[in-house]
Design a protein around this ligand. Structure first.
Ligand code: KG4
Ligand code: ZN
Length: 341
């Protein structure tokens, strides 16, 4: 008998629903929230309201895309933490109500664990299944709120062995973009302009942080001073050099990330290396991971593009492993903004 799971993700500014059958993703519907653009960042109250508006049509479409009926469902999963509390509450309440109404188990999922497991979502190219990482593997999880190196021993057993002490990698991209006058979220725009630029043109500093931890706040300050100095000399400096500036910033962020990942690979002896999270959509990081992988003989894995940024398919695959382990939640489970692993 097949196991059908409906999963809901609402931790930040994307409302998403996905249906999986025996770990195979049948649908993955994502509704973004353009309302935040004019404010230069996510406004929590507006995010909660947009989730309220989106959640029914998004779930409805995910069910229809999957060709699935409510009575087919064996469990309902949702993102419990971490995230914006008002946003999480919308998905949690919806999932609880549905689990109660259908009398099927509820599965609470950790958003960061789900980003890691996005690497295990079955995908195929030209009818052939893509290779997936073997355990243990390392995952560099880079998003708007987190930057972590995770040692993953099995689907439900993983631990953070390095993380940022200040800004996340996504924030480093977004804040750099803001300094350059680009709209939010600036990460994808830096990526776009960087494609035309010379990454060696401007040298930004690499912080000396011991161990496997990261720091990005110094980079942000260095970029700010660099631009202040140069625009004082030439007010059109950014306009004339945008591609080279973006390429140089991206190059620095990517090398900070990969140098730590390399250190983690050496320390653990692990050769299967993945990336995950919104910043893993970055073309510079994707290409550099492949290049470094060839150089250091790693087996590298990158989730399909639609599974990198926030999505419910990653919640669904995590829930599928939890279902198999009998790891269900009670209806009184509460979402939390922060969550230890
Ligand atoms: O995982 P995610 O969708 O949401 C969080 O859980 O935070 O990550 C969002 C972050 C944002 O900071 C965004 O600018 C960044 O991922 N991002 C990118 C790219 N696409 C998304 N950063 C650099 N290059 C990209 N192509
Ligand atoms: Zn995320």
């Amino acid at each position: 008998m097949s196991i059908y799971i409906l999963a809901i993700e609402s931790s930040c500014d994307e409302t998403s629903a996905s249906v999986c059958r025996d770990g195979i993703i049948l649908s993955n519907v994502i509704a973004g929230q353009a309302v935040h653009e004019q404010y230069g960042g996510v406004v929590p109250e507006l995010a909660s309201r947009a989730h309220m508006q989106n959640i029914v049509p998004v779930v409805d479409k995910a069910m229809r895309d999957a060709g699935c009926k409510m009575e087919d469902l064996d469990a309902i999963a949702f993102t419990q933490a971490p995230g914006l509390i008002g946003a999480l509450l919308v998905g949690a309440q919806f999932a609880k109500s549905l689990s109660l109404a259908l009398d099927v188990p509820l599965i609470a999922v950790h958003h960061m664990q789900a980003h890691v497991l996005a690497n295990l979502i079955p995908t195929e190219k030209n009818g052939h299944p893509d290779p997936k990482p073997s355990f243990p593997f390392l995952c560099l999880t880079v998003s708007g709120g987190h930057t972590q190196i995770v040692l993953c021993e099995s689907p439900l057993s993983m631990r953070v062995i390095g993380e940022t002490m200040d800004d996340a990698a996504g924030e480093a991209f977004d804040k750099s973009a803001k300094i350059l006058g680009l709209p939010y979220p600036g990460g994808p725009l830096i990526d776009k302009y960087a494609r035309e630029g010379n990454p060696a043109r401007f040298a930004f500093p690499e912080p000396r942080i011991p161990g496997l931890d990261f720091s990005f706040s110094g980079l942000k300050t260095a970029i700010l001073y660099f631009l202040q100095e140069n625009t004082a000399a030439d007010p059109r400096f950014v306009e004339k050099n945008l591609a080279d500036i973006c390429a140089s910033i991206q190059h620095r962020i990517v090398t900070i990330l990969l140098n730590k990942l390399k250190k983690a690979a050496i320390q653990t002896g692990v050769k299967d290396i993945c990336i995950a999270g919104g910043v893993s959509a970055n073309s510079g990081l994707r290409q550099s991971l492949v290049d470094w992988g060839q150089q250091f003989r790693w087996n590298t894995f990158i989730p399909a593009f639609q599974y990198c940024t926030d999505n419910a398919a990653m919640i669904a695959i995590t829930a599928y492993y939890k279902y198999q382990a009998g790891d269900f939640s009670e209806l009184r489970v509460e979402p939390t903004a922060r969550a230890e692993w």
